[in-house]
Design a protein around this ligand. Structure first.
Ligand code: G3H
Ligand code: 13P
Ligand code: ZN
Length: 321
C-alpha cells in the first residue's frame, strides 16, 4: 500500500492533532495501546469500534523489529478497513533517535515520539527540534519527553524526586524551544508490571501544575497499566510467577485525565491479560495445540479489558460525527 493511499484512507486520520485537542478540550484521554501482532491489534480495534472511541495504536521499536514494521502497518490498515468509523493515530512509541522517527514517518505513521529524555536538557531540545522540523514538514505530530520515568517511593528524597519528575518551569522552556505537539511527563509512573512497592504514588498535583503553565498542550502519561489483580492472580494460579506485580490505580488515571492528561499509554495490561488466558487454556487443556484455541480466547479477553479502559479514560462515544 502506498503512502498516497494512506493519506486518503480515512481511519488513519490526516489531522492527528485534532484528535488530541478534542480529547484535551473534552476532558478525556485517548488510549494509546501497544500493538505487536494481529490478535492484539484486532482486540483493540474491536473494543474501540464497540465503544465508538478514537484510538492510538502505537508501535515500539521492539515491536517493529519483532513483527516487521510494514507487516504491522499493513495489519493495522487491513483491520482498519473493517472498522472504518474508528479514527486511528499510528504512533511511534519511544523513538530513540531521528532515524527511528524518520523511518516511522516513511512507513506511514502520522505521529512519532522522540524520547531523548535521558540526554541533557540542551541535547533533548536539539534532537526534539530536529524531529519536529522533519515531522511537521510531513504533516506528522511529535510527542517529546521531559523528566525520567520511574516509581517514586517514600524513601526517595525530595531533591532526588524533583530531579526525576518533570519540572514545570523547564517544561515551559522545552515546549517553547522545541514546538512539540504533546509532552510526555514523568509523574511517578514507570513501565512494566512492578511499578511501586506498597508506598508508591503518582504525583497528580504535578499534572495540575503542568496544565496550568502549559495551557492548550495535551500531556501524555506513560506507564499507565493498572496491572489488574484478577489477571495477575490468574497468571499465578496457572503456573506463572508475577507475585508483587502492581500498577497505577484506575481512579488515579481518571483523576490525571481530568487534569490534562490526553493520551494514556498502556502495554503491560495487554501482555498480562494475554498471558493469563493462554496459561489458563494450557493448564485446563494440556492436550491443546491449535493456536486459535488459545489466541482466540486471549483476543476476546483483551477486547473486554480494553473496553473497560475506554470507560476509565472517558473516550467512549467520542468519535466525531
Ligand atoms: O514503553 C514500553 C512499551 O511497553 C514497549 O515495550 O519495547 O518491550 O516493546 P517494548
Ligand atoms: P505500561 O508498561 O504501564 O503498560 O506502559 C506502557 C508505555 O508507557 C508505553 O510507552
Ligand atoms: Zn512509555
Amino acid at each position: 500500500m502506498s503512502r498516497f493511499f494512506h493519506l486518503f484512507f480515512m481511519p488513519i486520520v490526516k489531522n492527528p492533532k485534532d484528535l488530541l485537542m478534542d480529547a484535551y478540550n473534552g476532558g478525556y484521554a485517548l488510549g494509546a495501546f501497544n500493538v505487536n501482532n494481529m490478535e492484539i491489534t484486532q482486540a483493540i480495534m474491536m473494543a474501540h469500534s464497540a465503544q465508538k472511541a478514537p484510538v492510538v495504536l502505537q508501535l515500539s521499536s521492539g515491536a517493529r523489529k519483532y513483527a516487521n514494521t510494514k507487516m504491522l502497518v499493513d495489519i493495522i490498515h487491513s483491520i482498519a478497513e473493517q472498522y472504518p468509523e474508528v479514527p486511528i493515530i499510528i504512533h511511534q512509541d519511544h523513538g530513540a533517535d531521528f532515524e527511528t522517527c524518520k523511518s516511522a514517518i516513511e512507513a506511514g505513521f502520522n505521529s512519532v515520539m522522540i524520547d531523548a529524555s535521558h540526554e541533557s536538557f540542551a541535547e533533548n531540545v536539539r534532537i526534539t527540534k530536529e524531529v519536529v522540523t522533519y515531522a511537521h514538514a510531513h504533516g506528522v505530530i511529535v510527542e517529546a519527553e521531559l523528566g525520567k520515568l520511574g516509581g517514586i517511593e517514600e524513601h526517595v528524597s525530595v531533591s532526588e524526586k524533583e530531579a526525576r519528575l518533570t519540572d514545570p518551569d523547564e517544561a515551559i522552556q522545552f515546549v517553547q524551544q522545541t514546538g512539540c505537539d504533546t509532552l510526555a511527563c514523568a509523574i511517578g509512573t514507570s513501565h512494566g508490571a512492578y511499578k511501586f512497592s506498597s508506598d508508591g504514588k503518582v504525583d497528580v498535583a504535578r499534572v495540575i501544575k503542568l496544565t496550568e503553565v502549559l495551557p492548550g498542550l495535551p500531556l501524555v502519561m506513560h506507564g499507565s497499566s493498572s496491572v489488574p489483580q484478577e489477571y495477575v492472580t490468574m497468571c499465578n494460579q496457572y503456573g506463572g510467577d508475577l507475585k508483587g506485580a502492581r500498577g497505577v490505580e484506575e481512579s488515579t488515571i481518571s483523576e490525571a485525565v481530568k487534569y490534562g492528561i490526553s493520551k494514556v499509554n498502556i502495554d503491560t495490561d495487554l501482555r498480562i491479560v494475554m498471558t493469563a488466558i493462554i496459561r489458563k487454556v494450557f493448564f485446563e487443556n494440556p492436550k491443546e495445540f491449535d493456536p486459535r484455541k488459545y489466541l482466540g480466547p486471549a483476543r476476546d479477553e483483551i477486547q473486554k479489558m480494553v473496553e473497560h479502559k475506554i470507560t476509565v479514560l472517558g473516550s467512549a462515544g467520542k468519535i466525531r460525527k
